[in-house]
Design a protein around this ligand. Structure first.
Ligand code: G4P
Length: 492
């Protein structure tokens, strides 16, 4: 029988402890021997602001963007969500390829803005979330206050699965972890236990609620001090959802179907600028991957042999145990693969639910040499195809707007345009805060907004009509004024 996969991501605000936790999960499962290797790479990456340097280290980030390890008869696939400066749409999109997530919260800070944003995407996608409240070895908020903070900020019930006996310097151990160093007679234990019982009694502690996204199980711990890691891993390997079904335009695909199907959720480009090679990350939704097998890229109808595919396997697995539903495959290519593309061994299906997310930072792009206009257009088209940035062309004036969710994306675009397309570009501030993709059953509404507000509209690189949001108040007014229009936050 095949081993079930648990494919998950870790979401957090910078500095909450995602890297440290990742490392401890790998260490606890035996996948790495020395804690500190990932951390060292991360420090290296941050030590340089020079994109060329980061580029050289791409090899590292590719191999760590999917980490597979085994724990208690489960195979876990941990997909990295880029954070800090390299936060980008990839971070959001990785959440389309996982079945669950761990949310790391700093015990001294509670829910922070980026955690909230990423949690909202998990909610939209109905991805169950387990919470790890990190840094209980330091003085932080009271455990009951932390649960309250999660419930109020995220509108989800928080169900404790363990409980700290004291925090910071007074921390004695965890109730719930198999080896509690504290005797049940001690006053601190009794105090903590009564809070634990109270918190549990306020919630309906059933795992089905977690799987339905109505509650989040909460584990207290410390990634740095290796506290609470086993509890978290055990819960993940036993209770987190395995791949089940995925929706396509025509039907749902069950994870145990025989024929291989999968979709592309991320493209890592430019491993070698001279060759323009790209690595497309495919989440397998059904079937089993065999090296050299023939699949069809449904959008183009092109048949491909998967000879140039890389598997992200844990070191423990035997060679015969190939990739299957829930696993990630890396496909080397020279372009022609887009985010959202479906590959199948059988009938032509098209997976849905791999959207583009509305950018949050905008710049107007200009070039120094007007003769390079054609190169610019080609470069932007290809970069948009990869999902590296989004491109918008305003209806009312001649300019090109670039949208991103992380600042580093602009540096990457400038660098790649120069080295791959020989275009020297500059960016100017743009006033948009966001975009909404417009759509309506009523053609009149679409015509009306185009004739009345042309200066607020643009087309994306796929020709879709978008409204450039100058501020949220303006958006609300437009929604009131055009009740027949849909203002979508994502584009399929
Ligand atoms: P991130 O990936 O979410 O950005 O966070 P990261 O793991 O890098 O952790 C951010 C900082 O928090 C690091 O300290 C890390 O050592 C610390 N940290 C993580 N988990 C715990 C914990 O359980 N307890 C305590 N006390 N600290 C924790 P730093 O000083 O920024 O880095 P470093 O010098 O330790 O490498």
């Amino acid at each position: 029988m095949s081993i079930k996969r648990k494919t998950f991501a870790i979401i957090s605000h910078p500095d909450a402890g995602k890297t440290t936790l990742t490392e401890q999960l790998l260490f606890e499962s035996g996948a790495i021997n020395i804690a500190g290797s990932i951390k060292a790479k991360k420090t290296q990456r941050h030590a340089t602001s020079d994109w060329m340097e980061m580029e050289k280290q791409r090899g590292i980030s590719v191999t760590t963007s999917v980490m597979q390890f085994t724990f208690q008869n489960s195979i876990l696939n941990l997909l990295d969500t880029p954070g800090h400066a390299d936060f980008s749409e990839d971070t959001y999109r990785t959440l389309t390829a996982v079945d669950s997530a761990i949310m790391v919260i700093d015990a001294a800070k509670g829910v922070e803005p980026r955690t909230k944003k990423l949690f909202e995407i998990c909610c939209q996608r109905k991805i169950p979330v387990v919470t790890f409240i990190n840094k209980i070895d330091r003085n932080g908020l009271e455990p009951l206050d932390l649960l309250d903070n999660i419930e109020k900020n995220l509108n989800i019930s928080a169900i404790p699965k363990n409980w700290p006996i004291g925090t910071g310097r007074l921390f004695l151990g965890l109730i719930g972890e198999h080896e509690c160093p504290c005797s049940p007679d001690q006053a601190q234990y009794q105090l903590a236990n009564s809070d634990f019982e109270l918190a549990k009694s306020l919630s309906n502690a059933i795992d089905q609620e977690y799987l339905d996204g109505a509650s989040t199980p909460v584990f207290f711990g410390s990634a740095l001090k290796k506290i609470g890691i086993t509890d978290l891993l055990t819960y993940l390997s036993q209770t987190a959802p395995s791949p089940s079904v995925a929706s396509t335009k025509t039907r749902t695909v069950s994870a145990d179907e025989e024929k291989l199907t999968g979709f592309i959720f991320k493209i890592q480009a430019n491993m070698n600028p001279k060759h323009r090679d790209r690595l497309a990350f495919m989440r397998i939704c059904s079937g089993t991957f065999r090296k050299g097998m023939q699949v069809t890229q449904v959008r183009t109808g092109k048949k491909t042999n998967l000879n140039q595919a890389v598997l992200f396997l844990s070191s423990e697995r035997s060679l015969t145990d190939s990739a299957q539903s829930g696993d990630i495959l890396g496909i080397y290519n020279h372009g022609g693969i887009q985010i959202g593309d479906t590959f199948t061994e059988g009938e032509p299906l098209e997976f849905i639910g791999i959207p583009s997310f509305a950018p949050e930072i905008f710049r107007i792009i200009t070039i120094k040499n007007p003769l390079k206009q054609k190169n610019l257009q080609k470069g932007l088209t290809e970069l948009a195809e990869e999902g590296a940035i989004q491109v918008f062309r305003p209806l009312a004036y001649q300019s090109t707007l670039i949208g991103a969710v992380g600042h580093l994306q602009f540096d990457v675009v400038a660098h790649r345009l120069l080295y791959e397309y020989q275009v020297d570009c500059q960016f100017q501030q743009a006033s948009s805060q966001s975009v909404r993709w417009l759509d309506s059953e009523c053609d009149n509404a679409l015509e009306a907004i185009q004739s009345q507000y042309p200066t607020h509209l643009a087309r994306d690189s796929f020709g879709r009509l978008v409204y450039l949001v100058p501020n949220m108040a303006h958006l609300r007014l437009m929604q009131e004024k055009f009740p027949d229009l849909y203002f979508h936050q994502t584009r399929e």
